[in-house]
Ligand binder design. Sequence first.
Ligand code: CP
Length: 336
Amino acid sequence: MTIAHFTDWHQLPDSRWQHALARAAEHAIQRNRLDERAKGRTLGMVFFNPSLRTRASMELAAMELGARVIALTPGQGTWSFEWRDGAVMDGSFVEHVRDAFGVLSGYVDAIGVRVFAAQRFYEEDRDEAVFQALTRAASVPLINLESAFWHPCQALADALALKQVLGDDLSGRRFVLHWGYHPKALPMAVPNSAVTMAARLGMDVTVLRPEGFALDPGVMKMANELAQKSGGRVQESADRQVVDGAEVIYAKAWGGALSYLNPTAEAAAREAHKSWRIGAREMNRGSDPYLMHCLPVRRNVEVDDAALDAPRSLTQRQALNRLHAQKAILEQVWEL
Ligand code: CP
């Protein structure tokens, strides 16, 4: 039997995205309405990496639909997991995901999984090797709560935030995905999801990043194809002047392919771009843009207090929308 895992939006028909977005908007209006359609079901959650928003909002989303929740953190109160097929487990990993996710599948009706990019081998992360191994191990649907390359729950919440402030028709609205400095080379799941999300909505999208920090060519190709279908546009630039006229600045740090190939060179290139901090200069260029960021954010390193705390900052709205978006996703996964 094929299991309908929820890995990312690009693996689903556009109708599923449109329907989820509409349902998320309804949940935003009906906040706190008691709902028992998922009564008797259990959501498992496995967090290989830390979380505040995803963990709290997913747990609440499931509970507000009437489900129970079991949340596990591998290595902290749970065995640490090996995922590679054929691994000789004579090191620190105690249990294979094939056993662990097989067992969990017997207890629960879906498993939300957070497993970030390992940032060792580019192809391994691009091809979602770990998440794919988990899908093979589970016999209930997995829900991607941020994997190596994608964060579909964030994308849906962000799309809802854009519609809430700019209106339903986002055609041609100027969206700048703005690279920001960060002391670490962060993974690309959020920028990948943000650029494809905005392209899908028909926006006029610019990925603004320094030389050496381009997003994956396959992701950009996907974003361009989505833009062609939606009537939007996607371009890349290293010229910081492109924030002029932006209606939305989505701030995000990422390391890029160089962080895999040559971490020393990547670190040096990143340090050279410390001035790529989103602050008053970016937010006061005449177009009065909205600021987006998925959080957590390094204040006054990646984005300034003045931008994060300004009335047009959408960060709190984005985080609240995670609850509405994930209810819509659970409805699809469980066919409620
Ligand atoms: N944006 C986001 O996924 O937040 P957490 O890492 O806190 O879950």
